[in-house]
Design a protein around this ligand. Sequence first.
Ligand SMILES: C[S@@+](CC[C@H](N)C(=O)[O-])C[C@H]1O[C@@H](n2cnc3c(N)ncnc32)[C@H](O)[C@@H]1O
Length: 328
Amino acid sequence: MKVQQLGISGITENEPLNIRIEPEYDPSAEVVLYQGDTRQLICQLPDRSVKLIVSSPPYNLGKEYETRIQLSKYVDTQAEIISEMSRTLDDTGSICWQVGNYVSKGEVFPLDIFYYQIFKDLGFKLRNRIIWHFGHGLHAQNRFSGRYETILWFTKSDQYTFNLDDVRVEQKYPGKRHFKGPNKGKPSSNPKGKNPSDFWGFIEEEWQSGVFDIPNVKSNHPEKTIHPCQFPIELVERCVLALTDEGDRVFDPFAGVGSTIIAGIRNNRKAIAAEQNEQYVQIARERIAQFAQGKLNIREIGTQIHKPSKDDRVAQKPIEWQSDGELL
Ligand SMILES: C[S@@+](CC[C@H](N)C(=O)[O-])C[C@H]1O[C@@H](n2cnc3c(N)ncnc32)[C@H](O)[C@@H]1O
């Protein structure tokens, strides 16, 4: 069961969309995809020209696209970029900043704690600290395995776009009724669905529990590319749908393989993005082209995540763990 129908439907190979991609800022382009340092693009963008900045920055973990530096230096560099970037945001706009942990010698530094202060110093107001929970990842040996990251949602002012109705999820118990008061006996739920909450979890069916259901993009995910830290498009779509209107501009300063761009154009928004790595930019271009032809695999919000039944071999305890019917 689908909770909601998202995006442009009916794109076919015979009637592809015509999406204009410009390599430098052009106010009329549907997509601006800049290859190079994000600061070079940011300085091209006019004041208040974007409605939503949504991104996952490098975490300074020494991934293939980054050089590990001292944490304080990393934070200072990011603060400089964010300060310049905030100039480009509309007064009614939002920033969604998705981060995990920086880890050094086994010590964990939750990056959102550092980023919170950067945004606060610039006058931003936190509206939600969203937990994005997923079921897979590295198995830690000396601490509990990490299974969530966060999205800090900040607004520039107290007047901001928030289209809650566009991202509501189905009620768990739509038949519930008020049991007292003036509305006694009347339905107590909102017929448009319930607020999806600030916990975007990895559960079997979102419509059963009312939380978003976004698996992280790993090898069995239909959107997977060679990028090691890719956003699921559906995660960005929720931010786009809730925090912008059609025709608005969405900006991703660390674009990777272009998940934000797809989430934007799929929902009739304009997209601006910067990515330093040439190969990722090429993949982003290919994904946009595939999307325009109706050929891009995108995991739809509300799609069930495969859960093995208890009879599947993978769900059963290995025979080696048993001795005379008892667990070792
Ligand atoms: C965590 S990844 C983002 C992945 C992206 N959300 C996606 O779905 O593909 C961070 C990206 O930022 C890029 N990057 C890092 N520093 C950059 C800079 N100064 N300018 C432009 N891109 C940068 C990296 O190459 C990397 O692809």
